[in-house]
Ligand binder design. Structure first.
Ligand code: SF4
Length: 510
């Protein structure tokens, strides 16, 4: 039985044995020294706030055109949509020249619903959303409350589907089920697969856990030069265009999937000649599914951030189509141009130290790019760890000038503050909402991801270098912040080992 036959995708703690708590070093995790098997993922004796899987799930679902997102949960769940809507508007504008808001509704479950059940409310909300917006699809996204009180969103969808025009996509995002928010990608892909790519869809087959019966669409024509370029929202349009430019240089056609893809056309993904991941952390679940059910082979190895990684990514694609020589010529040309353009920044970057924080693959690939630009990496915080990143740790271990800490942490800014106080890097790259700790310590910061900026491929390497040069030339804003603000941690914490609160499996604090 395949995962797709289950009602919902398994959590990554079980499927991948992924880990969120580990304090190690690049030589531990990479190829230089002993391999860490991360046996200390006993979580933490103290933990700060994190995010639930709704955030990445909604970052994907909100972009789908002609789709209504219907949250079935408490009113506060999914409020991240307020900030994500800027990306939906901007993303629509740069793709189609039209600014459009995402449509986001909530059943706003209250105390009475918790006691009496919320299924009736959900039924009414689906019918109303169908009549009012007439969308192609409605994503019915369940948060914690229905998971706790036992609302069966799959059965509601099954009963209601014949009565509404919109295709109903049940998406399981009960936040309490997993601490690894990357499970969200699997949850959304799972629903897309079950409802849009299988002929029986959600109407027939959701009555029982593990009940078989889905039938993949078959007989659709194979598109021999089409490549699925996977983007779960970790690339903006400018990065999509850079990779499209490189792939079309090899004479390939590009199907960007799934963000901003119309649900009615998603079946094209099953016809492609190849699927190419842009971040292995995001895509393994769906690419395995596409290969199993539709015979679409896939590449899941490199993230095309950085000079070396962009070349490796492109070579793998070219090898699949037997175009190695063409790819070599393209890479040589791109690298020559890029190296010449980077020359002006190298004196400024040489020897400067940097700390990188992000989702695992992005953090590691960006660290490698920063090394290529002349920085010295002195610390990395990855939001989780799984098997796919081992090759990136090996690359960084091979190029490291000295050992440095690796913090596997689902955010946990207190560990980051402790590390930054010790390491005192010249520069910190992290997500927009995760740069505050470094900024308040007076360290120059830059966003490691922003859908309006370039990061990927050769253009991304140049644009990032240009932005970093500007940042480093004038870090006075963050210096002033440090002079006028303080973080809430005591000296006792700064003096303690940074990984003091990471527990061993036996539960003892190290
Ligand atoms: S789904 Fe659960 S964890 Fe996520 S925001 Fe709602 S209540 Fe919080």
């Amino acid at each position: 039985m395949s995962y797709i036959d289950l009602k919902s995708a398994p959590k990554r703690e079980e499927r991948l044995k992924a880990c969120i708590a580990h304090g190690g070093s690049i030589c531990d995790l990479g190829g230089k020294g002993k391999k860490s098997c991360l046996v200390d993922d006993g979580e933490r004796g103290f933990t700060q706030g994190s995010i639930c899987l709704l955030l990445p799930a909604l970052a994907m679902l909100n972009t789908l055109p002609d789709n209504v997102v219907l949250m079935h949960s408490a009113i506060g769940c999914g409020t991240c949509t307020h900030s994500q809507n800027a990306n939906v508007r901007f993303g629509g504008n740069v793709r189609w020249g039209a600014v459009k808001d995402g449509i986001w509704l909530s059943t706003a479950l209250n105390e009475t619903d918790v006691i009496g059940g919320g299924e009736e409310k959900l039924e009414q909300a689906i019918i109303e959303a169908d009549e009012r917006y007439k969308p192609f699809s409605i994503s019915v996204v369940s948060g914690c409350v229905p998971g706790i009180i036992g609302d069966d969103i799959d059965n509601v969808v099954k009963q209601l589907q014949p009565r509404v025009k919109a295709k109903l996509l049940p998406v399981h995002c009960e936040g309490f089920k997993t601490k690894i928010w990357a499970t969200a990608y699997d949850a959304v892909y799972h629903s897309i697969g079950r409802t849009l790519l299988e002929s029986n869809g959600a109407q027939e087959t959701v009555t029982g856990e593990g009940e078989p019966g889905l039938t993949p669409y078959q007989g659709l024509e194979r598109l021999p030069r089409t490549v699925n370029l996977m983007n779960v929202s970790s690339m903006g349009r400018v990065d999509e265009l850079e990779l499209t430019r490189l792939l079309t240089s090899l004479g390939l056609e590009v199907n960007v999937f799934p963000v901003f893809a119309h649900p009615a056309g998603m079946v094209t993904a099953t016809q492609a000649a190849l699927s190419v991941s842009t971040c292995p952390t995001h895509d393994d679940y769906f690419l395995t599914y596409l290969e199993e059910r539709f015979g679409v082979p896939y590449l899941l190895k490199h993230m095309p951030i950085g000079i070396e990684n962009s070349g490796l990514w492109l070579r793998d694609v070219a090898r699949h189509f037997g175009q190695e020589a063409q790819a070599e010529a393209l890479i040589r040309h791109e690298e020559e141009q890029l190296q010449a353009a980077l020359a002006e920044f190298r004196p400024l970057f040489a020897g400067k130290t940097v700390f990188v924080s992000a989702g695992e693959f992005r953090a590691l690939a960006t660290a490698r790019l920063l090394e290529e630009l002349g920085f010295r990496v002195t610390g990395i915080r990855s939001f989780h760890h799984d098997e796919f990143a081992q090759g990136e740790y090996d690359k960084l271990a091979a190029s490291a000038q000295e050992d440095y800490p690796i913090d596997i942490a689902n955010v946990q800014p207190f560990e980051e503050a402790n590390l930054l106080k010790r390491i005192k890097p010249d520069l910190f790259l992290g997500h927009a909402n995760g740069n505050a700790t470094a900024a308040k310590l007076g360290i120059a910061t830059h966003v490691i991801y922003n859908t309006g900026l370039a990061y990927i491929g050769y253009r991304g390497a140049y644009d990032l270098a240009r932005r970093l040069a500007r940042q480093l030339k004038n870090p006075s804003y963050n210096r002033r912040l440090a002079e006028n603000l303080r973080l809430p941690y005591s000296d006792t914490w700064y003096e303690a080992p940074p990984f003091s609160y990471i527990n061993s499996r036996g539960g003892a604090t190290q």
